[in-house]
Design a protein around this ligand. Structure first.
Ligand code: PBG
Length: 325
């Protein structure tokens, strides 16, 4: 036999030389859930090992992640019902605890990349990412609300803003208002291809943010579609996004791959709550070995083409593989 692929697999040293894909803690973004108050560290039932924190408890958590080599975080707020209204006005209120937390986190850890969530759902009494008028989610009237939210977040010190709402034209709208207000250095990590997925369940439990009626199918993408993701990616690129994201990740590896092949911007993938929960559940049942299944899972997302991975396993990974895999 002239060609024997097994020669390159015969020792750990040769396998190390021929490893095609690497993954390090610095490639990961760790999602954090924040609520108002003090001394709160509440485990999310459907996402074991992940917690909802008040700011005082979150600061030491960030500190321990930073010491493990994690340099980027995305922050999500859990807003109490009495602060929600139809136009999400709390999202840019002066006394908003999420914006205050960003200020304090960035003054404490100026070196980290802190990413926001731009969408109406955490603040909306309808629980939708856009404005609801007569039962419909209206696109263009949502944009000024997202614009105000964006300026408030940039002012609070977020390094990148993450529009997760899927309204048409929001990246261009945000870019314009950010620039007009002097925030030309604030980046946009666009949720480019965000699908109407069943795998956001634990996240909505964590934040109590499920839509009050209907579903998100008129703005989030149809799971059957791949070419449509290319249209979204072309638009986001033209509108000034700094990174393109696919969400969920594992069930959409083909979409990650397609975007990586055709676009030059960095590609991010969101390994979402339900995808992490599935693996955690199987491991807790003794059906899978977390030590092996977790890095293999994350590596598959990276191999598909993700430069950046948002995952609830970032801390677990960094603890076990400080030098990466
Ligand atoms: C809200 C938002 C969602 C997620 C991130 N931002 C949920 C949704 O769209 O309903 C999901 C993340 C996850 O499941 O981990 N705009």
């Amino acid at each position: 036999m002239l060609i024997r692929p097994r020669r390159n697999r015969q020792s750990a040293a040769i396998r190390a030389l021929t490893t095609e894909t690497h993954l390090h803690p610095q490639h990961m973004v760790y999602p954090l859930f924040l609520e108002d108050g003090h001394g709160v560290r509440r485990e999310i039932k459907s996402l074991p090992g992940v917690y909802r924190f008040s700011l005082d408890a979150l600061i030491p958590e960030i500190e321990s992640c930073v010491s493990l080599g994690i340099t980027s975080f995305v922050l999500f707020p859990a807003v109490s019902d009495e602060l929600k209204d139809a136009v999400a006005s709390y999202s840019y209120a002066d006394d908003n605890f999420y914006l205050e937390a960003a200020r304090q986190i960035k003054s404490r850890f100026p070196e980290i990349c802190l990413i926001s969530d731009v969408a109406m759902d955490p603040y909306s009494s309808d629980g939708h990412d856009g404005l609801v008028v007569d039962g419909a989610i209206v696109n263009d009237a949502t944009l000024p609300i997202l614009g105000r939210m964006s300026v408030a977040q940039a002012q609070a010190g977020f390094d990148m803003l993450g529009p997760s709402d899927m309204m048409d034209g929001r990246v261009a709208y945000m870019r314009a208002v950010l620039d007009e207000n002097g925030y030309s250095q604030t980046g946009i990590l666009s949720y480019t291809a965000k699908y109407a997925s069943a795998f956001y369940g634990p996240f909505r439990d964590a934040l109590d943010s499920a839509p009050k009626s209907g579903d998100k199918k008129t703005y989030q993408m149809n799971p059957a579609n791949k070419r449509e993701a290319l249209i979204e990616a072309e638009l986001d690129t033209a509108e000034g996004a700094d990174m393109l994201m696919v969400k969920p990740a594992l069930h959409y590896l083909d979409v990650i791959h397609a975007l990586k092949e055709r676009f030059e911007l960095p590609i991010a993938a969101y390994h979402v709550s339900g995808e992490c929960a599935m693996l955690s559940a199987a491991c807790r049942n003794g059906w899978l070995d977390f030590e092996r299944a977790m890095p293999e899972t994350l590596l598959s997302i990276r191999r598909a083409g993700a430069d950046v991975i948002l995952t609830y396993f970032a801390k677990d990974f960094a603890q076990r593989f400080p030098n990466g895999v």
